[in-house]
Structures are given as C-alpha cells and as structure tokens.
Design a binder for this molecule. Structure first.
Ligand SMILES: [Zn+2]
Length: 591
C-alpha cells in the first residue's frame, strides 16, 4: 500500500448534460413558474411505484432546474413536476413520501475515493477532524460497547496536532477499552496507536525486532512502551490473532458502501483496484453504490507496456462478463465497471515530493523525483488509449500537471471514450489551465485538500507569490474545463456536505485565524452540486443514466434534513442525510 500518496450556477457550464426530456403533455403547471414538468407517458394501468411530494427538489437538470415532486416506476424517474401534478398519478399501490418541504438532491457521485483504504474507518472508529481527545475516547468506548470482547477495534485517522500536539498513550485506550485489542492509525498513516491488549495479543515487547524504518516508541524514563508504533513498526500487528478476519476486504467494502450511502453517495470513481472483492460484494447484492473503478498497472513492469495494458483489458472483459451475467443490472442499473486506468506521476506538497516547476519556497534544495520518467508516462498513456482505457493521473505539483498534459497532447483519446482526467491538481499555471480546455482534459479536484492545508503548510511550500495557482476551481470553470469534485477519502472527509461547503467558503487557518483566501476561486452551491453529481456521471459511460433527477434516469436521490436556504452558505456542512435511494430503493437507512 502506498502511504505517502494522498495529502494532501449561474455558470452551469462544467459541461453539457445529456438530458432526456419527454414532452409534457397535459399537466397543468401549478407551482413552478418558467419551467415545464417532465413526464413520460404513464399508462393509466401503471401508476408509479413511488412518489415524493412536497419537496424542494434540485434536479441538476437545466431543462427543469427546480421542482417539488417526482414519480418513480421500475427504478426510474417517470415524471417530475409540482406536487399537484404528481399526486394525480398516484394509484392504489403507489407509496407516497411527503417530504414536508425539505430539500431533495440527486444521488451524489464522489469523483475520487479509495474505498478499501477507508474500510478501516468504516468498520472501526473515525477520529478524523476531531480536536478533543476526550471525544476520541468516548467514540472508542462506544465502539467497545457494541463489539464482542476480543474483537479488534481498528480505524483511527486521529491527528494529535489538532489537539494538544502530544502523542496519545496506551493507557488512554486501556481506560476505555481494556477487553478489546485496539489499533488506530493516525491521519497520515505514519503512526499506529495500540492498547495493552493489542500489544499482548501481537506478542510485542520493547525489544521486539522492528522492520527497517520503524520504531517502537518507549518512555525514556521507564523503558516501557508508550503504545505508539512509528512507520513500519505498525506492521508488527499484522499477524496478531483475529487481525485477518478484522481486515477482511469484502466486509470492509460492505461497510464503506454503507457509510457512503449514509452520506447520500450513490456513485464513486474509486481507485481501489480490487476487482474480485468488489464482485463478491456485488454478487451478495450489497453493492448499493455505482462504482466506476480504476485499474492500476503494477508499479514495476516485468513485461512490455503494451502487454501490461492488454492484461488489464482482459481483466476488464472478465469483470464485464461477470457483471452482465447478473440480473441486478436490469433492476438497479449500472453498478460496477472498470472504466479507466489510474497512474501516478508525483507525490505530495507536504513531503516535498510533488513535482514543481520552481524550487520549494521553504526548502529550495528539495528535489522531487518523479514516480515515472516522462517517456514512461507517455508510453503508458498511449498504451492505455490503445486498449480503450481513459486515463486518470495523480498530479499535484505544477510540473507534474504539465507532464501529464504533454502526455495527453501526444496521445489524444479515441472518439467515444470518456475524457482523460488529472487528479488533485493542487498547483497549476494559467497556461496549463488553458491547455486543459484545448485538450479536453477533465479537472478532478478535492475541496477539503485546499481548506485543510493551505494555511497549514501549502503557503510555506509554494510561497504567497504562487498561491494564486493553488486549487483553482473557479479558474477551471471560467476556462470551460469540466470540474469533477470528490474527497480522496480516507485522506479527507467522505461527507460531501463538508466538501461542497468548502468550495463555497474556501476558508483555511492562516496565521492562526480561520478566514477565506482567494475567494475568487470559490464556487456557488449549484456549481458544487453539479461537480458532485452530473459532472461525475459525465466522466463515465453512464452519463444519460444517472447524475440528475431527469425522466428516464435511474432514481438515485437524497432527502436532506432541512430545506436549504436561497443562498446556500457554509451551514451546508451541518446538513444531514435523512434517506438515500438507489434506483428507487432505500439504501439508507436500511429497514
Ligand atoms: Zn487518491
């Protein structure tokens, strides 16, 4: 596993949504001005299965941007309009949901996830973004109370720098979960925090041999282990009794899917690469999430580049045949496909491993090494295209972004193939923003990576002069570059309400004060919602099947706990999901 990767409207023209609108025939428009309701001819004998009425619906479909009701039959939207319109369609067997005026949005699509890496957080405890250590302990105690004794408590994502800066101790864990082995990773994956029971089960003592690069932290006064295991020392727990079962990938994916559904997410562009584990979840009927999966080539090639991608293409064929043979696709729509290939060019700004055009401001001697040579990158892009893979490349530094654009320029994508994309793009020059547009390349960006880190270390790394080139969401849109939003979970919060709110307020802690920076690059709620729905759909072959509340599309939608205000502001981050539906079936909360 790579542990260094990872750190981190009015203009609805990200790109053009395909819209299927059938003609509205006879419905009278009661509550929507300047819009026409959408309806497919509904035969009198076939009343809808489900209707939602009295809702504040954001359709993310410009032909009918707002509505207050819709109807669903056989998993798809069949009519959208006013409550009075839709009530006329209700039959004896129609289930009616009265939303009571709250907002309803399309199912959210996260453009960049690592579901399997995040599984530990989904199965175990998630301490990310929590400053108060006593709150960490409360969450761990609660988890211990619902798990049988001796079951591992995993997860973590704790950050002691958010609280008092002091590393936590095994005694703290012992005080709340003495009967459970506990092993919690920090937010960067560099440290593991264990309790006495875990240490005993794994047979570790202060003198245990540690793999290169690791360290068992001991109290210099007593010689006793503190409970902190640095870098590779965390691997000492890998063979402990019960660990294999606790980290079962199929169970982990199921938990991650359920967590995503609880946040209103019905689709992801995932980078996990574990096809058979996903197919297992799919076969069990538990893949209640549309997964557009990236295929990663091996890090070291033992055969030609062309052969590597030929192998990935045959894997893709095997997966497609497996999925096609299952009847779920007919009733639920597309659920799993290997849609693209994922490559990596550079590292991250925090550790000076992102490839920059000019030296780092706070460490001019740091020279980042690219993960692949420019020739290798070009060869991989060309070979991927040859085998009909759109390409997504991790590029964080401005020079890495240039390299990838050069690679796309020398190998244009094939007609009919989803567009190529660059992931993260934390730094980019204005000239290169224009090249995204001319080459038709998609910008895939993660809002919280900006708000978490600009004031934390990005200003130090790039200096204030280069800061206007950082996280340029608005510049992308203004240059007609399609923008896909996502989380890069587990490196930032999976909750899209937090991510979308970040694009609106664009605040970070600068000089000790939380304040907006470069507000010209912030987005409106409508733009953020488009980036988290239809824009994600448009990167797949499912653009006319999902992504908006549109007649003819699969009925993926989310009911929020309140009506959003006319001007959506940062309070969006507090909105909760009341229910999530996939193809007209409720997937959160489960009955
Ligand atoms: Zn990632």
């Amino acid at each position: 596993m790579i542990t260094t990767h990872l750190k981190c409207g009015s203009r609805l023209c990200f790109d053009r949504a395909l819209v299927y609108v059938s003609v509205c025939v006879s419905l009278v428009l009661l509550s929507i001005s300047a819009c026409s309701p959408q309806q497919e001819p509904v035969e009198s004998s076939s009343a809808p299965d489900l209707v939602v009425i009295n809702a504040d619906v954001y359709t993310v479909d410009s032909t009918l941007a707002r509505a207050d009701a819709f109807a669903i039959s056989n998993g798809k939207f069949v009519a959208i309009g006013s409550t009075a319109d839709i009530q006329q369609l209700v039959g004896d067997d129609t289930k009616v949901i009265d939303a009571g005026g709250v907002s309803v949005i399309p199912g959210l699509i996260d453009g960049h996830t690592h579901l399997l890496m995040g599984a530990g957080l989904a199965v175990g405890v998630d301490l990310s973004e929590i400053e108060d250590k006593s709150e960490w302990l409360r969450i761990i105690r609660d988890k211990a109370q619902i798990l049988p004794d001796n079951a591992w408590i995993l997860g973590g994502a704790w950050d002691h720098n958010l609280s008092d800066g002091v590393l936590p101790s095994k005694e703290m864990l012992d005080s709340v979960a003495p009967d459970h082995p506990v092993l919690l990773r920090d937010i960067d994956g560099h440290s593991a925090w264990a309790n006495s029971r875990a240490i005993k089960l794994a047979g570790i003592n202060a003198d245990s041999p540690v793999p290169p690069g690791g360290e068992i932290v001991v109290d210099p006064a007593t010689g006793e282990m503190t409970g902190i295991f640095l870098e590779s020392a965390g691997a000492l727990f890998g063979d402990a009794p019960g660990m294999t079962e606790a980290t079962d990938p199929v169970a982990g994916i199921k938990s991650a899917v359920a967590l995503a559904n609880s946040h209103g997410i019905t689709g992801v562009h995932d980078m996990s690469n574990h096809f058979d584990e996903f197919l297992s979840v799919f076969d069990d009927g538990d893949l209640t999430l549309r997964v557009w999966q990236g295929a990663r080539p091996p890090r070291v090639f033992d055969r030609s580049t062309d052969e590597v991608f030929a192998d990935l293409a045959s894997e893709r064929e095997r997966v497609r045949q497996h999925v096609a043979a299952n009847a779920q696709t007919e009733s639920m729509g597309p659920l799993f496909d290997i849609g693209y290939t994922k490559l990596i060019v550079d590292g991250v700004l925090s550790t000076y491993t992102a490839l920059m055009k000019a030296p780092y401001s706070d460490n001019p001697d740091a020279i980042a090494e690219p993960f692949v040579s420019k020739d290798q990158l070009n060869a991989m892009i060309a070979a991927a295209h040859e085998h009909n893979f759109p390409v997504a490349v991790h590029a964080i530094g401005d020079n890495a972004v240039s390299w990838v654009l050069d690679g796309f320029a020398q190998s244009p994508r094939r007609p009919g193939m989803p567009a190529d994309r660059i992931e993260h793009i934390e730094m980019v020059t204005p000239d290169d923003v224009a090249r995204f547009a001319s080459l038709g390349v998609i910008a895939s960006m993660q809002p919280h990576h900006a708000t978490c880190c600009v004031g934390n270390y990005v200003i130090d790394r790039v200096g204030r002069d280069r800061l206007p080139n950082a996280y340029v969401w608005r510049s992308m849109l203004d240059s007609d570059v399609p923008l896909v939003l996502g989380s890069d979970w587990p490196t930032s919060p999976l909750n899209p309400m937090i991510q979308m709110a970040d694009t609106i307020h664009r605040e970070t802690r600068i000089d000790g004060v939380v304040r907006p920076w470069d507000e010209g690059n912030s987005l409106t709620f409508e733009e953020a919602l488009y980036g988290y729905t239809q824009s994600g759909a448009n990167r797949t072959t499912w653009s006319d099947e999902i992504g908006s509340i549109t007649v003819g599309k699969w009925a993926d939608f989310v009911i929020l706990d309140e009506k959003l205000p006319a001007e959506v502001d940062r309070a969006l981050e507090n909105r909760q999901v009341t229910a999530t539906y996939l193809a007209g079936k409720r997937v959160f909360p489960l009955q």
